[in-house]
Design a protein around this ligand. Sequence first.
Ligand SMILES: Cc1cc2nc3c(=O)[nH]c(=O)nc-3n(C[C@H](O)[C@H](O)[C@H](O)COP(=O)(O)O)c2cc1C
Length: 361
Amino acid sequence: MGPIWDTLYGNSTKVQAIQADLDLNKMTTITDTKPYVARSTINHKLSVAPMLDWTDKHSRYFYRLMTQHTVLYTEMVTTGAILRGKGDYLSYNDAEHPLVLQLGGSDVKAMTECAKIAEQYGYDEININVGCPSDRVQNGRFGACLMAEPSLVAECVNQMQSATNIPVTVKSRIGIDDLDSYEFLHTFIEEVSKADCRHFIIHARKAWLTGLSPKQNRDVPPLDYDRVYQIKNDFKDLEISINGGIKTFSEANEHLQHIDGVMIGREVYNSPYMLADADNEIYQSSSAKLSRSEVIDLMVPYIDETIASGGRAWHILRHMLGLCNGLSGARKFRQHLSECAGKDGASGQVLLDAFNKVTLP
Ligand SMILES: Cc1cc2nc3c(=O)[nH]c(=O)nc-3n(C[C@H](O)[C@H](O)[C@H](O)COP(=O)(O)O)c2cc1C
């Protein structure tokens, strides 16, 4: 674990000491000649779902301040972006581990090349997106439509794992369109697990590849948790995580009676401070829980450093709108951030000013 966690959850609880330990410029980039260091196996009991435009490196940094153990996923990054894109889509802050790169693609050579690059960057695992239903993704022959091509997914996993030393996992749905029988899902898991994929995250809702937008397809058709439990029952040696519609850690702990891991997406994004309870409630760790005020004290220098290196306050603060949900003044907090964080010259001070509008219990 990095120095941030030694300090946060070690002997010292002083925010000033934490700040001294935060190496805000220590971003991992492809130019780092960082040798791969084998990491201990990730504990997948809880993870924050990959969410395009939402789980970027800024929100992940913010989440990591609140939870040491929860596994974080990048947004989906396509092989095309990595191999041909102009930006550096893979950089992250070392504090973010345990961290999984989610890849979108299905060209075996490109996927393998990207897996090697991801390993050089120091990602702990790579996850293949077999769950996104969008038209654009289907046109590129990846995402949920790959559920109909288990041998291609297996070939990707096989080649990617042969070329690297990090695990390759798959995030899928329970089915697509009319291919929604239990047998269909069973065959998919069986074929891909033969390529030695040991961890599947299953969004317990089938994907409609036509007629629904990806947004609509996150709420309909209904969730079927039993189907995911059945997979765990039939593949006891595999690690199976469940995803979809989970809102609280007591719900998560219920699922964990049947399953190995729980992945939460929208609820974390909308109410991120729930993560401050994750280590205690899910991982039964006795580490100190950070107050909102401590989280803010740690985010202010991060925001200012990001601005100093060319970023904007809004890039970070847009992910923090829900931090004070449930407190008196939460609406004013959100309003202040929305109105002020995008202005020229906005800095970490905007966050402090917004927090002054909240009444702590
Ligand atoms: C804004 C947004 C973007 C998403 N982007 C991705 C993505 O890049 N890759 C992926 O596998 N799933 C993506 N998803 C789906 C989530 O990972 C998750 O499966 C879904 O939201 C259901 O979980 P939840 O009910 O806990 O939110 C996205 C969801 C949202 C809300």
